[in-house]
Design a protein around this ligand. Structure first.
Ligand SMILES: Cc1cc2nc3c(=O)[nH]c(=O)nc-3n(C[C@H](O)[C@H](O)[C@H](O)COP(=O)(O)OP(=O)(O)OC[C@H]3O[C@@H](n4cnc5c(N)ncnc54)[C@H](O)[C@@H]3O)c2cc1C
Length: 521
C-alpha cells in the first residue's frame, strides 16, 4: 500500500468511524414542570418571560422557527435526528452572560433547555423541544506557556484545537472526528490516539467554568468545587450545567510520529482479532491502535491501524509480533512517518484539505465534510477473547449482509490500557479503567431516519458480544440501553447523583439519560 492509497483508505475509515451514533428515537430533554413560553412580544410581569425579551437580552442571537437560519441552525451532525425534535428556539450565545440569561429564562419559564457544542451527541440529546443553548461561538483557544495550560472555549471543535495548539508545538489528547465539540468529548471522557500515552481528554482537564441551574457561574478546580470538577471528568455532557470554557494541561507535540495500517483478508479475521487482543497489552504507551472488522455490500475486511509516537523503524519491530501471531502476512501494509498536524488530518479523514475545509459546510464557508446517518452501540472488553467470543464476534459481522443487506457495519475495537488504566476508577467520574479495549458497533446508511434493519443488526451484534463484554461508553450514548446508569457510570453513580443534587436540585438539565437527582432503588 503506498502513501496515497493509505491516506485515501484512512479517510474512508474515518467516514466509517463517523458512522457511529445511536439507536431508537431521540427522547428530547424536558425541563421541570414545563410552562411553555410563547413567541408573544407582550410581557406581563411577573409572568413568564417571552422569547423577544430573551432575544433582546443576548449579545448573540436567538434563532426562532420563523427565521430563515432556523432550518440549518437546528441540524445535528447525524441526519437521523432531522425533523425528529424541533426546538422552540436556538440561542447562539456570544458570552458567558448570554448563557446565564438562557438558564435564567428557562428556569423562570419552565421551558426545557439543553446545551450544544459540536452537535455530535449519539442520542441527539443536544436537541430538545425547548431552548437549545449553542455555545459554538465560545470557541477561543489560548495557551499559557508558563503553566502549560490551554484555555479552550466550550464550543471549540477538535480540528481547530489541534491546529491552533499544534502550531504552538503542544496538544491536548482528543478524538478523531474533526468536528466533534470539546465540551461533549471532555465531559464524557475523550478517547483518542494519544490516550495510552497521555490519558483521556478528561484526565488532562485542570479546571472549567460552568453556569449552573441557578444561573450563577462557578469555577471548578481541585481546590474549589472539586466534586464538580470530578463529575465533569467523564460524568457525561448536559448533566450539571453549561460549561463555558475548559483549562487543559498540554503535552508536547511528538518529534517523531508514525502511522500504520495493516489489512488482512476476511479469512484471517479470527486470527487477527485474537492476535491483536493478545498484543495490545504488551505494547508501550506510545503505541495506540484499533482493530476493525467491517462488512459492506462489497464484502468483509479486517484492519489494524494506529499511531505510534516514535519512528517507523521502531514501529516495524513492534508490529512484527502481531503479524507473526496473526499467522499470515497482511494483504495491505503501510507504515510511515507524519508530522503531528498531518497525522491528525489523516485520522480526521481530512488529508489534503485545509483546516477550513475540514469542517461541515454549516461551520465554515468552504467546509467540505458531509453529515452522516448512522446508529451505534458500545461495550468494553476486559480480557482477551477466547475461541467462543471470537467466533461470536466474527459471526456477528459475517451475518451482517443477511440481517442488514447493503448496510455498512463495523465492530471497532479501540485499545485502552497505558495511562488510561493507571487512573483509579474512582479518581474521576470516568469509571472504565480496566478495559483492554472499547468496542463500538456501528451501522450506517445513506441518509434520513434509521431503517429497521440497522437496529436489528446492532441488537444482534450487541447480544452476540454481551456474554464476553461489560459496560458502555457514555460518549457513545445509547438511548436503547436499558441499564445505562450502571453501564456508563458503575460505582461512580452515587457520587454523580450527589453532585447533581448539589448543583441542579430541581433537575433543570434533564434528558432521557441524564444523571438523576436521586438514586433509584
Ligand atoms: C463522527 C464521530 C466521531 C467521534 N469520535 C470520537 C472519538 O474519537 N473519541 C471519543 O471519545 N468520542 C468520539 N465521538 C463521540 C463524541 O465524543 C460524543 O458524541 C460527544 O458527546 C460529542 O460532543 P459534541 O459537543 O460534539 O456534541 P453535542 O451534541 O453538542 O453534545 C453532547 C452532549 O454534551 C452536552 N453538551 C454540549 N455542550 C455542552 C456544554 N457546553 N456544557 C455542558 N454540556 C454540554 C449536550 O447537551 C449533549 O448531551 C465521536 C462522535 C462522532 C459523531
Amino acid at each position: 500500500m503506498d502513501r496515497r492509497q493509505f491516506l485515501r483508505r484512512t479517510g474512508a475509515l474515518c467516514a466509517s468511524v463517523s458512522a457511529s451514533a445511536l439507536l431508537g428515537t431521540t427522547a428530547g430533554c424536558s425541563g421541570p414542570s414545563p410552562t411553555p413560553a410563547t413567541a408573544s412580544t407582550t410581557s406581563a410581569p411577573p409572568g413568564p418571560p417571552t422569547w423577544s425579551e430573551l432575544a433582546q437580552s443576548l449579545t448573540g442571537s436567538l434563532v426562532l422557527p420563523s427565521d430563515t437560519a432556523f432550518a440549518t441552525a437546528k441540524l445535528l451532525y447525524n441526519e437521523r435526528f432531522d425533523g425528529v425534535v424541533t426546538p422552540a428556539a436556538i440561542a447562539r450565545c456570544a458570552s458567558v452572560s448570554d448563557v446565564q440569561r438562557c438558564v435564567d429564562f428557562t428556569r423562570r419559564s419552565g421551558v426545557a433547555i439543553t446545551a450544544r457544542s459540536g452537535g455530535h451527541s449519539y442520542g441527539g440529546y443536544s436537541l430538545c423541544d425547548g431552548l437549545v443553548v449553542d455555545v459554538g461561538a465560545l470557541s477561543s483557544i489560548s495557551l499559557d506557556r508558563a503553566t502549560s495550560t490551554a484555555t479552550v472555549g466550550a464550543g471549540a471543535l477538535l480540528i481547530d484545537i489541534y491546529d491552533t495548539l499544534g502550531t504552538e508545538g503542544v496538544l491536548v489528547p482528543g478524538g478523531s472526528c474533526p468536528t466533534v465539540g470539546i465540551a461533549g468529548l471532555t465531559l464524557g471522557g475523550g478517547i483518542g490516539v494519544f490516550d495510552r500515552l497521555y490519558g483521556l481528554t478528561c484526565d488532562n482537564l485542570r479546571s472549567l467554568r460552568i453556569v449552573i441551574a441557578d444561573g450563577s457561574t462557578m469555577t471548578a478546580d481541585p481546590s474549589e468545587h472539586a466534586n464538580l470538577l470530578w463529575a465533569c471528568q467523564g460524568g457525561g455532557g448536559g448533566n450539571f450545567g453549561i460549561v463555558t470554557s475548559f483549562d487543559f494541561a498540554v503535552q508536547p507535540v511528538p518529534a517523531d510520529l508514525s502511522l500504520f495500517t495493516l489489512d488482512w483478508p476476511w479469512s484471517a479475521a479470527t486470527e487477527v482479532l485474537g492476535a491483536w487482543q493478545g498484543w495490545v497489552p504488551t505494547q508501550p504507551d506510545e503505541l495506540w491502535s484499533n482493530c476493525e472488522l467491517s462488512s459492506g455490500p462489497s464484502g468483509e475486511l479486517v484492519r489494524v491501524s494506529g499511531v505510534f509516537v516514535g519512528t517507523p523503524g521502531t514501529l516495524d519491530s513492534l508490529l512484527a509480533p502481531l503479524i507473526s501471531a496473526a499467522g499470515s502476512q497482511p494483504s495491505g501494509h503501510f507504515v510511515g512517518s507524519e508530522s503531528y498536524l498531518s497525522a491528525m488530518f489523516v485520522e480526521a479523514g481530512c488529508a489534503g484539505k485545509t483546516v477550513s475545509q475540514c469542517h461541515l459546510p454549516t461551520q465554515t464557508a468552504d467546509g467540505t465534510l458531509p453529515r452522516a446517518a448512522y446508529a451505534a452501540k458500545s461495550t468494553y472488553v476486559l480480557d482477551a477473547f477466547g475461541s467462543s467470543a471470537l467466533a461470536a464476534t466474527l459471526e456477528a459481522v459475517a451475518s451482517a449482509q443477511q440481517v442488514a443487506p447493503g448496510f455498512g457495519v463495523a465492530l471497532l475495537f479501540d485499545a485502552y490500557g497505558g495511562a488510561i488504566n493507571r487512573v483509579p476508577a474512582s479518581a474521576t467520574a470516568f469509571v472504565h479503567r480496566d478495559a483492554l479495549a472499547g468496542v463500538q458497533m456501528t451501522a450506517s446508511w445513506g441518509s434520513g431516519a434509521e431503517p429497521a434493519d440497522a437496529s436489528a443488526w446492532l441488537d444482534q451484534a450487541a447480544s452476540a458480544l454481551a456474554p464476553y463484554t461489560t459496560g458502555a461508553y457514555q460518549n457513545y450514548i445509547d438511548p436503547t440501553l436499558a441499564d445505562w446508569q450502571d453501564a456508563y457510570y458503575g460505582a461512580n453513580l452515587p457520587r454523580l447523583v450527589e453532585v447533581k443534587r448539589a448543583v441542579d436540585p430541581e433537575d433543570l438539565f434533564h434528558f432521557a439519560q441524564s444523571i438523576p437527582t436521586t438514586l433509584s432503588s
